[in-house]
Design a protein around this ligand. Structure first.
Ligand SMILES: Cc1cc2nc3c(=O)[nH]c(=O)nc-3n(C[C@H](O)[C@H](O)[C@H](O)COP(=O)(O)OP(=O)(O)OC[C@H]3O[C@@H](n4cnc5c(N)ncnc54)[C@H](O)[C@@H]3O)c2cc1C
Length: 166
C-alpha cells in the first residue's frame, strides 16, 4: 500500500493560514502556502510600508479570550510583547466615537436629529429584520439599524477590509 501523502497546501498567508502551516510543519507535514498578494503576507493583519514607515492597516493588538491562543503566541514571541491600554476610536465629523461602538457615546456624538433617525432605524430593523442574513451588511443592519450601518460600519469596514459589506 502507498504511504499516505504528508504534503499539505495552505491557501492564504493570513494569521490563520500561517499558523496552520506552522503547526502542520511541526507535525511533520511538507507544507506549501499559496498567497495571492504579490508583496505581503499577514492578510488583514499585515504591516505595510509607506514612505519609509510601517503601518498596520488598523492598529492591531494581540487579544484573545482563549488561553490556548495566548499561550501559543507567548511561546512564539516570548520577549516581544508590550502591554497597552486597549482603545480604538473613529474620527467622524470632528468627533471621536468609541470602537466597538457604544450606543450612548454614538448617539450623544451624533446629535439629536441623527440620533433620532438612528433609533427609528433601529426599531424598524427589530420589527422587520432582513431574513435570511446573508452578508455582514444584513447582520449589522439587523442589530444596529440601517442608519448606523451606513454611517459607521459600511465606510469603516470597506476601507479596512477592502471588500463590500454586501
Ligand atoms: C482594522 C482592523 C483591526 C483589527 N484589530 C485586531 C486586533 O487588534 N486584534 C486582533 O486579534 N484582531 C484584529 N483584527 C482582526 C484580524 O486582522 C483578523 O481576525 C485576522 O487577520 C484574520 O486572519 P485570517 O488568516 O483568517 O484572514 P486574513 O487576514 O483575511 O488572511 C487571508 C489571506 O488569504 C489570502 N487569500 C484570500 N484568497 C486567496 C486565494 N484564493 N488564494 C491565495 N490567497 C488568498 C489573502 O490575500 C490574505 O492574505 C483587526 C482587523 C482589522 C481589519
Amino acid at each position: 500500500m502507498a504511504t499516505p501523502s504528508r504534503r499539505l497546501v495552505v491557501i492564504g498567508a493570513g494569521p490563520a493560514g500561517l499558523t496552520a502551516a506552522f503547526e502542520a510543519q511541526r507535525s511533520g507535514f511538507d507544507v506549501i502556502v499559496l498567497e495571492k498578494d504579490p508583496v505581503y503576507v499577514g492578510g488583514i493583519s499585515r504591516t505595510v510600508r509607506h514612505q519609509g514607515n510601517r503601518f498596520d492597516i488598523g492598529g492591531h493588538r494581540f487579544f484573545s479570550k482563549s488561553g490556548e491562543i495566548m499561550r501559543w503566541w507567548k511561546e512564539r514571541l516570548p520577549d516581544d510583547f508590550i502591554q497597552v491600554r486597549r482603545m480604538s476610536r473613529i474620527y467622524y465629523h470632528g468627533k471621536f466615537f468609541d470602537y466597538p461602538l457604544k450606543p450612548w457615546n454614538a448617539l450623544h456624538n451624533l446629535g439629536l436629529l441623527t440620533s433620532t433617525a438612528c433609533v427609528l432605524s433601529y426599531v424598524w430593523a427589530q420589527l422587520l429584520p432582513r431574513k435570511p442574513e446573508r452578508s455582514f451588511e444584513d447582520w449589522v443592519s439587523n442589530r444596529f439599524g440601517r442608519r448606523l450601518f451606513n454611517i459607521f460600519f459600511k465606510t469603516y469596514t470597506e476601507k479596512v477590509w477592502g471588500l463590500p459589506c454586501s
